[in-house]
Design a protein around this ligand. Structure first.
Ligand SMILES: Cc1cc2nc3c(=O)[nH]c(=O)nc-3n(C[C@H](O)[C@H](O)[C@H](O)COP(=O)(O)OP(=O)(O)OC[C@H]3O[C@@H](n4cnc5c(N)ncnc54)[C@H](O)[C@@H]3O)c2cc1C
Length: 332
């Protein structure tokens, strides 16, 4: 989405269409200006306050107010967008293919798996409108040439014949804002997340069941790739604790109707709970719900929690910044 802010996204890690090629947002972060709890302003980078810089790369809004970010830029212009839809009866074949194909695919090829209800608008053909389907949304950052894209995406026929496959060269910002209009402000949302390093057969059965039970047109589940360049950074080099993960899963129960708040929450919690045994045990801080509790925050930071708590003690000993997925200062 192009509508979310850069600060929260970056401080939590930040993943997207370019992560397999260029890493997480934090992997391209060079320096951050931060207003600390005592009102002082510091710059955090590899050279200045490196402990704070380490913590800011994944530790969320726990350490101060970020007022400026310096990023390393990467050359990106036109990219190849593709969307492939398959009917629900093919979800097993699709996921068994996807779990093998994606981790071995070139790093310039990104594709997130989704269970969804097809939007009733072009380019989707009318016969797919409003139908529950599984999908992969692709971004090829290596070419926008239509012939080369057709060659690269011939693979989508391997698991099962797609119900629809669409490819187009687009400017990268157009891809980033492609779904903005479908998810305007003011909707009922309930969401959760978990990290995954595999999609075993048992997990596929869970996806099939909850695809069938999607409660509203906007509710969805995505598996976002965080492998390839996202895995090449050392496990302890940043506070993001999931360099060995392949997918960051997001479960979103979404509806415009306040009366459907419980309905979308139940689907989301039940789906997440059924899949959690197949996860790596923790989530992505930016997909953590507000009501998930302190154990989930600890699980999210995995083996990095205690080190984060020590950095918190140095920079925010009174826990001034606590209205967040909170890391409590370590005891002195
Ligand atoms: C529709 C949608 C799609 C999304 N897609 C993705 C995705 O593809 N990839 C991904 O990685 N994430 C995604 N997210 C999650 C997103 O990363 C988080 O919602 C993130 O918090 C958004 O950043 P923000 O600046 O808008 O945060 P806000 O909602 O403004 O704030 C959230 C928290 O971030 C912290 N924070 C925000 N700004 C600052 C600051 N200046 N200084 C210190 N702390 C701050 C605070 O703790 C704050 O409570 C998505 C979210 C939504 C709603």
């Amino acid at each position: 989405m192009s509508t979310t802010g850069v600060a929260g996204l970056t401080l939590g890690g930040g993943h997207g269409y370019l992560t397999r090629r260029y890493g997480l947002s934090i992997d391209n972060l060079l320096a951050v200006d931060v207003v600390l709890a005592d009102g002082s302003v510091v710059t955090a980078s590899e050279r200045e306050h490196p402990d704070l810089f380490w913590a800011l790369r994944g530790g969320g809004g726990n350490f101060g107010v970020a007022t400026s970010f310096a990023f390393r830029l990467q050359p990106v212009d036109m990219v190849g967008l593709a969307v492939t839809l398959w009917s629900p009866e093919h979800i097993g074949d699709v996921l068994r293919w996807y779990r093998e194909f994606l981790p071995g695919a070139p790093e310039e090829l990104y594709g997130f798996f989704a269970v969804l209800v097809v939007p009733s608008e072009p380019p989707f053909p009318e016969e797919t409108h409003g139908r529950k389907m599984c999908a992969v949304v692709w971004c090829h950052s290596g070419t926008a040439d239509e012939e080369r894209l057709a060659e690269a995406f011939a693979v989508v026929n391997e698991p099962a014949p797609p119900a629809f496959h669409f490819t187009a060269p687009v400017p990268f910002p157009a891809l980033q804002s492609l779904f903005d209009h479908l998810i305007p402000k003011g909707l009922q949302w309930y969401w959760r997340g978990d990290l995954f390093d595999a999609i075993p057969d048992g997990a596929i059965d869970v996806h099939a069941k909850f695809l069938e039970g999607i409660p509203t047109d906007l509710s969805t589940m995505h598996l976002y790739p965080v492998d390839a360049a996202g895995s090449r950074v050392g496990a302890d080099d940043t506070a993001w604790a999931w360099r060995d993960a392949v997918w960051s899963g997001a479960f979103g129960g979404i509806s415009p109707e306040p009366g459907e708040a419980d309905l979308v929450r139940s689907w989301c919690v039940d789906y997440w709970s059924a899949l959690h045994p197949y996860s790596m045990g923790g989530g992505y801080v930016n997909f953590l719900g507000a009501d998930e509790g302190q154990d989930r925050v600890r699980a999210t930071y995995r083996g990095h929690y205690d080190r984060l708590a020590r950095v918190k003690r140095t920079y925010d000993p009174d826990n001034f910044f606590r209205h967040n997925q909170n890391i409590a200062p370590a005891a002195a």
